[in-house]
Design a protein. Structure first.
Lengths: 109, 179
């Protein structure tokens, strides 16, 4: 949807995912969009180098978030929010309605 | 000309900037190295952030850096004669939501250094504290603020724009204690 502006479908996927989930790592983004891991990793690295995203290590995973220091962050988020409203309902729901609350490790169900 | 192995971090920055400038490429020193400059090396950072504020082509930068003896290693340029490494983050040159407007110039033995102002350097460090609660960033901001005249009123105005007025107020006295 924003590919003509962003220059890459995977760039849009990464940004939309992080907008919806607040954070994300390469493997879960690739899995969600059923695409290859390497191009998603490449986009994450590119967006981090450009100052759009920031990352930190959580265990063995590199977690990406929006970089609050990015000067166009508010405007970018507004654009992505609007783009998200044009996504198919099923995909939008899947992006937004994932479980974020804690879940005890030994819970049977 | 002083050999690269004898250059301080800031001298190296001025040298690289000057050599790039001869080919029409202008870069601005920001980040940790600007803290080193304004704190007279009380803070040491090994990376040189030369912000590509005027959208120079990567290929042009790469060619000149190779002529100077630097090798590209991922995002960085390294040189066998120095432990300092150079990075060219893409623009815009900004401190939070606002562009950097004032660039300071200093003539060094190795060339002309163009660097963000002390006030913008403090803003740049405060951002790390505002958004990531990074204490080291705050201490660096204090180091610069105490070593150079800074515009406290401008800092407060900017902190309001960033939506961080309360956080700023909590640390303001430490910035002006010896200013």
């Amino acid at each position: 949807m924003l590919e003509p502006i962003l220059g890459s479908t995977n760039s849009e996927r990464v940004l939309i995912f992080i907008l919806a989930r607040k954070e994300g790592y390469a493997r879960e983004i690739a899995r969600f969009f059923e695409t290859g891991l390497a191009p998603i990793q490449k986009q994450l690295e590119k967006l981090e180098f450009g100052g759009v995203l920031a990352s930190r290590e959580a265990g063995r995973t590199r977690l990406y978030t929006f970089n609050p220091r990015y000067p166009f962050l508010e405007e970018l988020k507004a654009l992505l929010e609007k783009a998200l409203t044009f996504y198919p309902e099923e995909q939008r729901e899947a992006l937004i309605m994932n479980r974020r609350r804690p879940r005890r490790a030994d819970k049977p169900l | 000309m002083k050999p690269i192995q004898e250059m301080t971090q800031i001298e190296l920055a001025a040298y690289v900037q000057t050599r790039l400038r001869r080919k029409g490429i202008e870069m601005i020193l920001s980040g940790g190295a600007s803290v080193a400059f304004y704190s007279s090396n009380q803070y040491v950072s090994f990376d040189l952030d030369l912000v590509n504020a005027y959208f120079a082509k990567s290929q042009d930068i790469r060619e000149i850096m190779q002529l100077l003896g630097f090798a590209e290693k991922g995002r960085y340029f390294v040189h066998p004669d120095t432990q300092f490494f150079v990075e060219f983050p893409p623009g815009p040159l900004a401190v939070g939501k606002e562009p950097v407007r004032e660039i300071n110039e200093h003539q060094l033995e190795t060339g002309k250094l163009r660097v963000i102002s002390p006030t913008d350097c403090v803003k740049d460090r405060l951002l790390g504290y505002f958004y990531w609660n990074d204490r080291q960033s705050l201490e660096q901001a204090i180091l610069v603020a105490r070593a150079h005249p800074i515009e406290i009123e401008e800092l407060e105005r900017w902190a309001i724009v960033e939506g961080k007025q309360e956080v700023f107020k909590a640390v303001q006295s430490r910035l002006i204690a010896q200013n």
